[in-house]
Design a protein around this ligand. Structure first.
Ligand SMILES: [Zn+2]
Length: 328
């Protein structure tokens, strides 16, 4: 939700930034020295990655042969890998690892299973999660929008369940391609992950990014996918959940109008709704959210993924297949 009220960005001192950078750099050069308290050997044997809360890491696994399945596990979340052909790079597989905005800073293991027929190979990577300095927002809203009565709580719980059920089934086909579209060309507020104080009480952090735009501005889908769910919910207002395949979802909330239906196939840039202020919103804006294999990540990291110019296998044919016979 966007706010016309006080927003206090948390200051990141020059020293903090330097320290974070230094830790990230050091960890990649001296992994053993820096993490001497963690058990050595196998863990992280195959490489290292690092990123901040809410970021997306591109993990690469080399492999000449066609594997039956390549699958990662990170903090109990499953990361499906897909084959990608890139000019000037050795052939292999790519997995998008989302660091949830509330994953605790620290070093965790990413294990990757590479199945080739009967054979199974295990890889292990260290992933350093660094702390992001999120903003703190102070919001004042009508009391009934914050302190829900019994009936509204019941409604909210049912809505949560509806979303959970709809998103439990990922399309197992990769529908997205590497060039993501910003859904609205508006004022980016930079409040992804912000700590929210509503009417003086701390609430859940903000799990998306808000883009300020006039009422009725067209909202574009950020990539190809299937409309998994359209809603009119107490907090999100009128919203659209798009399944891009392999556990990748984008969400568009507070719309004044929804222009797609559940099950619709959509393409990147297609207009799926219009900016509004439905649900718990203080003014017209788009709430843009991303869930990547269960992790809530900053949608703007999608626009910066180092995947452009990759030669992706065409998905046009497979998309229509997924529509007529949904994957289990
Ligand atoms: Zn929002």
């Amino acid at each position: 939700m966007m706010t016309n009220l006080t927003q206090t960005p948390v200051r990141v001192s020059w020293l903090d930034r330097t320290l974070i950078t230094a830790v990230v750099l050091l960890s990649s050069v001296f992994p053993v020295e820096l993490f001497s308290n963690t058990p050595p050997v196998r863990k992280g044997f195959d490489g290292q990655y690092s990123g901040k809360q809410g970021q997306v890491l591109v993990v690469k696994v080399k492999g000449e042969e066609q594997a039956t399945e390549v699958k990662g596990t990170f903090l109990k979340r499953t990361i499906p890998f897909f084959r990608e052909f890139r000019p000037e790079e050795p052939p292999g597989y790519i997995g998008l690892l989302g660091i949830d905005m509330q994953d605790d800073p620290g070093t965790y293991e990413l294990t990757v299973e590479v199945k080739q027929g009967e054979q199974m190979k295990h890889l292990s990577f260290n992933v350093l999660v660094a702390k992001e300095k999120f903003a703190v927002e102070h919001l004042t809203l009508p009391k009934e929008k914050v302190d829900l009565d019994e009936k509204a709580v019941a409604r909210w719980k049912a809505e949560q369940q509806e979303v959970q059920q709809a998103l439990a089934e990922n399309s197992r086909l990769k529908l997205w391609h590497s060039n993501f579209v910003e859904p609205v060309n508006g004022k980016r507020t930079g409040i992804f992950g912000s700590v929210r104080i509503m009417n003086g009480k701390p609430r859940n952090p903000h799990n998306g990014e808000d883009i300020g735009a006039p009422m009725g501005t067209e909202v574009a889908a950020s990539n190809d996918g299937v409309v998994r769910l359209t809603v009119d919910h107490v907090f999100s207002g009128k919203g659209v959940f798009v399944d891009h395949g392999l556990g990748f979802y984008t969400m568009y909330f507070h719309l004044s109008e929804v222009l797609v239906k559940d099950g619709d196939l959509i393409t990147a840039g297609q207009i799926i709704g219009k900016v509004g202020a439905t649900g718990r919103a203080t003014g017209p804006h788009l709430h843009w959210g991303v869930k990547l294999n269960g992790a809530r990540v900053n949608p703007y990291t999608l626009l910066d993924l180092p995947l452009k110019n990759g030669v992706m296998p065409s998905t046009a044919a497979t998309v229509s297949t997924s529509e007529t016979s949904p994957t289990p």
